[in-house]
Write a protein of this length. Structure first.
Length: 269
């Protein structure tokens, strides 16, 4: 998503010094500064609510409900991917055909790793599914490698019909609603819009060092040599790898420790 790190925690991971810590003040000054920031936080929250309200009032465009996807039992229609629910959120997973797990999209891996519990979406009549842009037989092995449980389909053969006017090969997060057997697209986003799927960045944004990525506006001396998506093994728990500058998607380290294989097979499935 951003520049690749050279070390997960930087050369001074775990170390602190006076130059990389905020100014120390008494409790009253601290609380006064926090109260001032809280005004901006509340304004940000209210603006987010207003944007969401405007999003709910967007017009929609009809989509052919018979567009075919490939699932575990073969071809299924876009309508069937709703699994009988009223709404569908589809993540269009980027894919590098013929490449091992370590070389698959780090950003797509990052956001989908957060999708661990679907019951809250289901309680609002929403299905979440991945529409992979690669072949099913190969990409489902990545789904299994990562230990994911969300529904997984290949949209490879009908991307032009599903992503009309958008860049094929770039991930997209798309929302649909159905009215009986008719399907409509109500919203889509990409790039940083997909941060809506993630909790890690949201929590990091609350900490003093933030996301620790080079693009952030942070005071001098703050650690900024990290990426949430890739690591070269800066933690002593994980040895470095050399298959890709910056290593592999961070969430894969536990999969390797569990004995999962990087090999996903070949294209054509």
């Amino acid at each position: 998503m951003r520049d690749e790190p050279t070390n997960l925690g930087g050369p001074a991971a775990g170390a602190t010094n006076a130059a990389s810590l905020p100014t120390v003040v008494d409790r009253d000054i601290f609380q006064a500064e926090l109260d001032s920031l809280r005004v901006r936080e509340k304004a940000h929250t209210r603006e987010g609510d207003a944007i969401a309200a405007a999003r709910r009032r967007l017009p929609m465009v009809e989509v052919d409900p018979t567009i075919t996807l490939i699932g575990p039992d073969g071809p299924v229609s876009l309508l069937e991917a709703f699994e009988g629910r009223r709404q569908l959120i589809a993540y269009y997973f980027m894919w590098h055909t013929g490449h091992p797990a370590a070389e698959q999209c780090e950003g797509c891996t990052w956001v989908n790793t957060q999708i661990a519990e679907l019951s809250y979406l289901h309680s609002r009549d929403i299905t979440y599914a991945v529409f992979c842009q690669g072949p099913y037989a190969e990409s489902i092995r990545y789904h299994d490698f990562m230990g994911w449980e969300m529904p997984w389909y290949s949209a490879k053969d009908n991307l032009d019909a599903l992503l009309v006017g958008r860049q094929i090969g770039l991930f997209h997060l798309v929302c649909y609603v159905r009215d009986g057997d008719r399907v409509f697209e109500t919203y889509w986003t990409t790039r940083r819009g997909a941060e809506a799927m993630d909790y890690s960045y949201a929590l990091m944004d609350l900490t003093v060092y933030g996301r620790q990525e080079p693009w952030e506006d942070s005071p001098p001396g703050w650690p900024q040599q990290c990426s949430i998506t890739r690591s070269n093994g800066g933690s002593p728990d994980w040895p470095p790898v050399s298959v890709w500058p910056g290593g592999r998607p961070i969430a894969q380290w536990s999969r390797l420790e569990a004995g999962c294989s990087d090999e996903l097979g070949t294209a054509g499935g």
